[in-house]
Ligand binder design. Structure first.
Ligand code: ATP
Ligand code: MG
Length: 262
């Protein structure tokens, strides 16, 4: 059960006289139970393409994507996406943005506000329910996007560089918040980042992808998010010898891949 990606390949057809792009080749990946899978890799190696396959925005050229044993046929409420840029509706206030997916599903107003309020509180936005989203800071807007993704109670949460635009301090706080939510809601997560430190801290599993064609070149099991959730302060986890050794190992892999591709 959970998400099974089997031998999935994606070839974008040729356009504007350019040759076709083999974006992914024979990806095998399982995201089950409360796995928190993080993808790292150079720009263009196919991370967002892989997320689009899982989200159902895109079909594989070959291979298959199974969710609880059934083929993914398109987008669905069982998978929610948080983008780098929040994609909120600027003319609506916070609660109406958060409740938007439920409205589309036809949930009545009282019930959808009740559900939305719970997630707004969980994300620490309780005082901003009726604020317009454009009056919020970038970090707060991103939290509104995460609350909106959670309201439909998806099985899988897909996040494409959700914290990339935040300053260092806000980003660390947001990492901790996401881990706390993940541990209390027991979702499967697929999370893309360009930060090696963020990847190691957040994930239970790490995939490092290599470009042209995009493949999973390395896989690691990670203990660090569970250490944080077990009570070790985040900075202490990130400063531990084990963390630093793995960070350097992964950085070396990424730099050597980039040099090989250059
Ligand atoms: N719609 C599309 N049509 C044609 N080619 C595409 C399309 N989307 C992506 N590509 C190509 O597929 C490859 C993988 O792109 P993708 O966006 O998945 O990479 P990425 O790893 O997410 O990169 P980044 O880290 O920059 O976000 C790239 O070479 C890209 O140019
Ligand atoms: Mg991308």
């Amino acid at each position: 059960m959970g998400l099974n990606i089997r031998q999935a390949s994606v070839i974008y057809p040729s356009a504007d006289g350019r040759p076709p792009v083999e974006a992914l080749r024979k990806i095998d990946l399982e995201i089950v139970n409360d796995d928190f899978v993080v993808a790292l890799g150079a720009s263009g190696c196919g991370k967002s393409t892989l997320l689009s396959l899982i989200a159902g925005f895109l079909s594989p050229s070959s291979g298959e994507i199974l969710l609880d044993g059934s083929q993914v046929q398109g987008p669905g409420a069982d998978r929610a996406v948080v983008f780098q840029k929040h994609a909120l509706l600027p003319w609506l206030n916070v609660i109406d943005n958060v409740a938007f997916g439920l409205k589309l599903q036809g949930v009545d107003e009282a019930r959808r506000y009740e559900i939305a309020r719970g997630f707004i509180k969980l994300l620490g936005l309780g005082d901003f329910e009726t604020s317009r989203v454009y009056s919020l800071s970038g970090g707060m807007q991103q939290r509104v996007g995460i609350a909106r993704a959670l309201t439909c109670d998806p099985k899988v949460l897909l996040m494409d560089e959700p914290l990339g635009a935040l300053d260092a301090l806000t980003r660390e706080k947001a990492q901790e918040l996401i881990l706390n939510i993940w541990s209390s809601t027991h979702k499967s997560v697929f999370f893309i980042t360009h930060s090696v430190e963020e990847a190691l801290f957040m994930g239970t599993k790490l995939i490092v992808m290599s470009p042209r064609p995009g493949r999973i070149a390395h896989r690691f099991d990670l203990p660090f998010s569970r250490q944080f959730l077990g009570g070790t302060p985040a900075r202490e986890v990130k400063a531990s010898r084990e963390f630093i050794a793995l960070r350097e190992e992964v950085l070396k892999i990424i730099f050597s891949d980039e040099e090989a591709a250059a």
